[in-house]
Write a protein that binds this ligand. Sequence first.
Ligand code: HXC
Length: 302
Amino acid sequence: MGPPGPMGLPTPPPLGASALPTGTFDGQSVLVTGGGTGLGLAIAVEFARLGASLVLASRSPEHLAAGAEAVQAAGAQVATVGCDIRNPEAIATAFDAATEAFGMPSVLINNAAANFPSPAEDLSPNAWRTVVDITLNGTFLCSREFARRHLSAGTPASILNVAASYAWTGGPGFAHSAAAKAGVVNLVETLAVEWGPAGIRVNGLVPGLMPHGDMTTDIRESLDRTPDLGSRQPALRVGEPHELGWAATFLASPYARFVSGHTMVVDGANWQRRTLTSPPVIPVREQMGRGPFDPGGSGPRN
Ligand code: HXC
């Protein structure tokens, strides 16, 4: 018998397990932007299991309803607020509603982000602006409102920005989102220093590939063009959304009180991979199955 084959990184403990003590977030409220679906919801649910009350903010009533149900099923109180994070007044109203429900949230998860794959040359000015406005400007505006309220009250708090590893590497096919996420990571570093003296920690969290049922058709189609996703990761598996939730709860917990200005990557080392020989370069248009660039084409999706 030969040596065992590569096993990859072991699977995590099951959904529902927790490394943190029961009740770690008792009496605290956590506001998650984009918390009704996907990875935002996976984060919300882990806080829910640990005793937090949750406030989910989203533009979509359907997402809010689905998210509220999942958080309640995890045993927590939940409130929902409609909010477009591009709008500073809507953000202030959301924090008012959150405070009314459970008191001022002590944790803000800046998870909401806009994204779709596109060759850079196909992006319309409005498509570029929309992604930067939601992902970067929205993250800043939510952080600013949250911090102002804690600075006024003199209360400690914690912010987590969900980022992406193409903030550091660039993201062919995602020029808009990668540039915005680079700003989001940079904000972690600046704001942690500015607000540390006031007791506010700011950290970042980068998910790896964690497929879930709420992925947009665009992004799902990109993944579907790649068979056997797990074998293409150094971990030889994809991540589970709750593995991101565990990292989020740790970073916001009392056990991470000396961790600030840090962006933690939860991706099984996928972003650091290099090959001994360079693989062939496949232009983004070809990867996306698009024809040649047509400057007179019919809009941003041509
Ligand atoms: C090209 C597009 C587009 C698409 C929208 N636009 N979708 N362009 N391809 N698929 C353009 C529109 O044509 C318009 O430009 C402009 O963007 C604004 O579109 P609206 O529909 O008016 O904007 P809005 O409803 O405010 O936002 C649409 C959205 C947003 C940006 C698509 O709903 C969104 O991002 N939803 C997905 C959220 C999400 O899944 N986030 C998590 C991403 S995961 P014109 O010029 O026509 O006016 C992630 C990690 C990356 O980020 C992992 C990679 C694998």
